[in-house]
Each structure stands twice: as structure tokens, then as C-alpha cells.
Design a protein around this ligand. Structure first.
Ligand code: AMP
Length: 207
């Protein structure tokens, strides 16, 4: 699942996971978990994440490989992030069948990130504009407090978008040339619409 920060990769992947019972592997989540648990890899990753830079490949790949051995089918969310990572995947024999590219203008994702909140306890994701919690500032699932991710603050977001355009976007052509790319308009602020566009385009691509 491909696209700029804040475009909805995690949200759409969760919706697919509900429907198809497939593993959702988010390298961002794996890294945040490692940081939270203060593991050796987490401690090494933290400063990169706080500033919105990419974490070194060796760290991300270790976490990914460990996670991927525990599942059959998977959706990778936030990986690969650059050509080197895509090549590392191929080298490891980790297969990608399709690449779903969620597209939305920078202004749209900046607005979405500004209103994104996560549960400090279970990490469920909300958006104060269009995926509001039932009770203000409280997680619907576990009643945990909702907070803003450190790297969702405006200083980091600007940098994350620059990193995306410079390092990650070139991967679009890499996968287009392999005939794997499915491009989706993810600009509607309604995840159900984007999800339905993804499913239609995915079905058409395998028909
Ligand atoms: P995300 O949750 O996908 O927005 O990722 C949050 C942060 O985790 C990014 O800004 C990076 O610092 C780090 N990160 C996540 N995935 C990767 C990856 N594949 N390679 C390097 N850094 C990553």
C-alpha cells in the first residue's frame, strides 16, 4: 500500500484486512512498537522517526523479516520506502503481487494529518474531521486518551512529505515498469469511497 504520509494507507489496509483476513504489516507501527518497548532497534530508530527521516534499512528490514515469517498473505503498508528497500525485498524473495498507489495532493494530506489522532493505548486511528471518536478525546475501543503522533506535528510533516517526494515517489515508476501498479484517487475525505475504489480497481486488475 503506497502513498504519501497521511493519505490513508493504514485506514484502507485495515478495511481490507477486515474483509479478507490478511495480515497488515506497517513498518511505521513495527517501529513505533519497538520505540515504545525500548528495544535496541527501537532506541536506534527513535531520533530518525522524530525528525521525519527514514530509519536505516538494516533496522526496518530486521523488524519486517521477523514479522513476515509469521504470516501467509500480507499487505505491506509503508514499505518499501525507496528503491534500495524494494531491491532488498526482491533479494529476500519477499513477493509483491500488486502495488496500490493512493494519490492525493499535498494540501489534502497536510489537512488530514493535522486532524489525525491516535489512541495512546491501543493505537487505533481517528480523524477529527471524518472519523471522529464517539466521545471527545477518548478511544471508542478501549477508552484510551487520544493524542497526536509526535511526527504528525507540522515541522515533521513538511519534512516527511519532502522525503516522500524525493525518495519514495520514484518507486512508482519502478513498479509501473513491472506492471504491478494500481493508481487510486484517494482525495475524497471518506475512507469508504476510497476503499470501494481500491476494491473495484484491484478486482479489475486480476480479472
Ligand atoms: P509511517 O507510520 O509509515 O508514517 O512511518 C512513520 C516513520 O517511521 C517514518 O517517518 C520513518 O521515520 C519510519 N519508517 C516507517 N517505515 C519506514 C521504512 N520502510 N523505511 C524507513 N523508515 C520508515
Amino acid at each position: 500500500m503506497f502513498g504519501p504520509p497521511g493519505v490513508g494507507k493504514g485506514t484502507i489496509t485495515e478495511m481490507i484486512k477486515e474483509e479478507m483476513d490478511i495480515a497488515h504489516i506497517s513498518t511505521g507501527d513495527l517501529l513505533r512498537e519497538a520505540v515504545k518497548n525500548k528495544t535496541e532497534l527501537g532506541l536506534q530508530a527513535k531520533s530518525y522517526m522524530d525528525s521525519g527521516d527514514l530509519v536505516p534499512d538494516s533496522i526496518v528490514l530486521s523488524l519486517l523479516k521477523e514479522r513476515i515469517t509469521r504470516c501467509n498473505g500480507y499487505i505491506l503498508d509503508g514499505f518499501p520506502r525507496d528503491i534500495e528497500q524494494a531491491e532488498a525485498l526482491e533479494k529476500e524473495g519477499i513477493k509483491i503481487d500488486k502495488v496500490i498507489d493512493l494519490k492525493a495532493p499535498d494540501e489534502t494530506v497536510i489537512d488530514r494529518i493535522a486532524s489525525r489522532r491516535i489512541c495512546s493505548n491501543c493505537k487505533a486511528v481517528y480523524n477529527l474531521l471524518f472519523m471522529k471518536p464517539k466521545e471527545e478525546n477518548k478511544c471508542d475501543l478501549c477508552q484510551g486518551e487520544l493524542i497526536q503522533r509526535e511526527d504528525d506535528k507540522p515541522e515533521s510533516v513538511k519534512h516527511r512529505l519532502e522525503v516522500y517526494h524525493k525518495k519514495t515517489q520514484p518507486l512508482i515508476d519502478f513498479y509501473r515498469n513491472k506492471g504491478l501498479l494500481i493508481e487510486i484517487d484517494a482525495s475524497p475525505n471518506d475512507p469508504k469511497i476510497v476503499y470501494s475504489n481500491v476494491i473495484k480497481a484491484f478486482r479489475a486488475s486480476v480479472a
